[in-house]
Design a protein around this ligand. Structure first.
Ligand SMILES: [Zn+2]
Length: 59
């Protein structure tokens, strides 16, 4: 489930919203009624696939 982070342009309050893709994007702050903008989230990347095994080298 994608989680969107919005930040209010007026009061700078951040709020996380779990939304389906079909849900409409939020545009107004629930606290002050100001304009919201979407904040890009840092993506959690797994580096497991980059691990290689030196011990696999032939002797
Ligand atoms: Zn606000």
């Amino acid at each position: 489930v994608p989680t969107y982070v919005y930040q209010c342009k007026s009061c700078e309050v951040k709020s996380e919203k779990i939304q389906r893709i079909t849900d409409a994007a939020l545009k107004t702050c629930e606290d002050c009624g100001g304009e919201l903008r979407k904040v890009m989230q840092p993506v959690a990347v797994s580096y497991n696939c980059l691990g290689f095994h030196r011990t696999d080298y032939p002797r």
